[in-house]
Design a protein around this ligand. Structure first.
Ligand code: NAD
Length: 533
């Protein structure tokens, strides 16, 4: 079904139109070199490194998110008609929580991490020192325009870097708000927002950055990597792809269905980890459709078009792309499209084949195809025949089935019996593998991503140990080589692990023995308490 909107006067200004208007107003500097040079100078002066400074900037970013919640919510409504609930929970509060976590752990994570070493270096120190890379470039995407730009920025600031943030031009209202707000809260000399589209980003990528963090589609990911290679710049690529969902026959269908539909239709399916398609048996497909009809009514009412809880498609280009995908399989639920409002109703397609158009690209919209399969083995083969997904979802109560998927497939993450919520566990790394990306972030992983791990070894000048170490110097002898080989050989548990309390106990005994021997040697035993004489 392809409905026209009732009145032209109701027509929303689409993000696509906003985008074109906005980009045409951006004045591109003849070169970004001057901007980056200034940031480099500040970084080299050490401005961004002290923990106090990082804490202060993180707190300022927190205030930005708190004091401007309304402005940010409005911008995301303009760009995507994002519901208030989703703007707060999935974007603004997500970033605030990220900052809280960083502030709680910053001192601990920034500390030196002592490491083990071989016997010859027993009295020396070896540790990992995390140091900021320098000036980093963060390129964000439009679907979660606050989370995808500010969450990496939290990691960059916490690790002590200066940064350039390049929001997506496809979400122009949010891009503009970020450009206006960031300089009001953060140190303007160390953090810059640069707006623009492909032309500006291409120009920006000619500059030498110390790290590039990119979120977006795989085809542009390759362009970013090529540009990074030019300067040997390390990069993280947070990409997308098709995230499959396996639905077992035994699982509670009502709970499973509710969790699947929620994960699929938040932000109208424009979520990188949204379940892209379902693999299940034909009987499960039928049951799923029956239950899904009831649950979608529960979520969005009789007519989802009137619901305030459904975002719109970001622009006409994506709307048209999605509309074409509906020709695959047959529409069991939804299928309503209103171009003027960029509205597509929550849609479920059944009996979809692997060769159908909808299975050839990441859907990134409110369309959920079901591909019937015979069993677990076929599902695993289906997944392994394609690019490694950003996320794999498995709905099953059978531990063996879950194990089969975990052991026989590869994906950035795997969430069992739910969708999307694994992103809220920031003790887990978030990122892709193979076609779905490289690198990871969230929580400590963000801090580590933006930190170079410098190896440090500090040696001593103890004469006795120098004698032992002198085995390495010429003139080389077989005897010295043999000794060195023994001393350097890796051994498991060479030093038995003992608890703190055992160590204190042993030290207590040693001290008592040493004290007694000293008294005995000095002939002062009579001064010792009776039991020790
Ligand atoms: P997009 O069009 O907003 O592009 C992303 C960024 O790349 C933008 O800042 C844009 O200016 C820049 N860009 C676009 N074309 C460019 C070019 N030719 N040269 C240089 N820069 C260019 O977003 P998109 O690519 O449509 O994003 C959607 C994709 O992002 C989906 O595949 C989705 O799965 C993925 N995604 C991944 C994550 C993740 O965390 N892994 C999160 C969100 C989205």
């Amino acid at each position: 079904m392809y409905e026209k909107s009732k009145g032209a006067e109701e027509k929303q200004r689409t993000a696509g139109e906003l985008s074109t208007q906005y980009i045409s107003k951006i004045k591109m500097p003849s070169s970004y070199t001057e901007v980056i040079d200034k940031l480099q100078t500040k970084f080299k002066q050490g401005v961004t490194k002290p923990l106090d400074y990082r804490t202060q900037q993180l707190k300022a970013l927190y205030r930005l998110c708190k004091e401007n919640e309304d402005v940010l919510v409005k911008a995301m409504r303009d760009d995507l008609n994002k519901p208030y609930f989703e703007s707060v929970i999935c974007e603004i509060e997500f970033v605030r929580n990220d900052i809280r976590g960083m502030l709680i752990n910053l001192e601990k994570w920034a500390q030196q991490e002592y490491t083990s070493k071989h016997i010859l270096l027993t009295f020396d120190s070896s540790y990992i020192q995390r140091e900021p890379y320098g000036v980093v470039l963060i390129i964000g995407t439009w679907n979660y325009p606050i989370q995808m730009t500010l969450s990496p920025l939290v990691g960059a600031i916490a690790a002590g870097n200066a940064a350039v943030v390049k929001p997506s031009e496809i979400s122009p209202a949010t891009a503009r708000v970020l450009e206006e707000l960031l300089p009001l809260y953060l140190d303007k000399d160390c953090y810059k927002v640069i707006n623009g589209g492909v032309v500006e980003t291409t120009e920006l990528l000619k500059e030498k950055f110390d790290y590039i963090f990119y979120t977006g589609c795989s085809s542009v990911g390759k362009i970013i990597r090529d540009a990074a290679n030019e300067h040997l710049t390390p990069c993280t690529l947070e990409l997308g792809g098709k995230s499959p969902l396996f639905l077992d026959n035994e699982v509670d269908i009502e709970v499973a269905c509710r969790r699947i539909l929620w994960g699929k239709f938040i932000n109208s399916g424009q979520t990188c980890v949204a379940p892209d398609y379902i693999l299940c048996t034909e009987e499960r497909q039928e049951e799923f459709i029956q239950v899904a009809k009831t649950i979608l009514k529960e979520f969005f009412g009789e007519n989802p078009h009137n619901s305030g809880d459904l975002a719109r498609i970001v622009n006409k280009k994506h709307f048209k792309r999605l509309h074409k995908l509906m020709a695959s399989g047959s529409v069991a639920i939804g299928g309503v499209c209103v171009e003027e409002e960029l509205y597509i109703s929550p849609t479920v397609l059944i009996n979809v084949k692997a060769s159908d158009t909808v299975m050839q690209e990441e859907i990134f919209g409110p369309i959920l195809p079901i591909v019937p399969i015979a069993d677990v083995d076929e599902a695993i083969r289906f997944i392994n025949d394609r690019d490694k997904p950003l996320c794999l979802y498995v709905f099953s109560n059978n531990k063996n089935v879950v194990k089969q998927f975990l052991n026989n497939t590869s994906s950035g993450s795997c969430c069992v019996n739910d969708t999307v919520v694994h992103l809220s566990v920031d003790s887990l790394p978030f990122g892709g593998v193979g076609g779905s990306g490289m690198g990871r972030y969230h929580g400590k992983f963000s801090f580590d991503t933006f930190s170079h791990k410098k190896a440090v070894l500090i040696r001593n000048f103890i004469p006795l140990l120098e004698k032992l170490g002198a085995l390495r110097y010429p003139p080389y002898t077989d005897k010295n080589m043999e000794k060195l080989l023994v001393l350097m050989k890796k051994r498991s548990n060479f030093f038995p692990k003992i608890s703190y309390y055992t160590l204190v106990f042993l030290l207590g005994i040693i001290t008592a023995v040493v004290v007694r021997l000293t008294f005995v040697a000095s002939g002062l035993t009579k001064y010792l308490p009776h039991p020790f004489q």
